[in-house]
Design a protein around this ligand. Structure first.
Ligand SMILES: [Zn+2]
Length: 125
């Protein structure tokens, strides 16, 4: 399996997680990950069907409190699932952008805290 973190093709099996999913170790970045990494199921105890129901109800305009009541999931779990789904869509869209330069305007207040580390704000490659 290809490393989900660095893309290295030569990962190897590294035991199983308590939930039974296969863990992998990457010799290049020295990290472990499992097959659910970067999916809606990573670090969650909800079923595929529960996630489908929450997202279906949300897309039909139901309130998150209403979804939480009918799905017997905690309100924060319903919110977290909807946010995670939105993040996956966002990530896929951002990765699909073909560009050589990025504008980091919103990033600058964060970078500016690290005084002297980077030159002028704005655009860099
Ligand atoms: Zn790696």
């Amino acid at each position: 399996m290809e490393c989900r973190l660095c893309g290295c093709p030569s990962t190897h099996k590294h035991g199983k997680a308590p939930n039974g999913s296969q863990r992998y170790f990457c010799p290049q970045c020295q990290q472990t990950f499992n097959e659910r990494f970067d999916t809606m199921y990573y670090h969650r105890h909800v079923s595929e069907e529960q996630i489908r129901q929450v997202l279906q109800a949300h897309s039909e305009g139901r309130s998150l409190r209403g979804i939480s009541r009918t799905s017997i999931l905690a309100y924060n779990t319903a919110v977290s699932l909807v946010r995670a789904a939105a993040q996956l869509v966002h990530n896929a869209q951002v990765q699909a952008v073909q560009t050589e330069a990025v504008s980091g305007d919103e990033l600058w207040p964060f970078v500016a805290k690290n005084k002297g580390s980077i030159g002028a704000p704005g655009r860099w490659r």
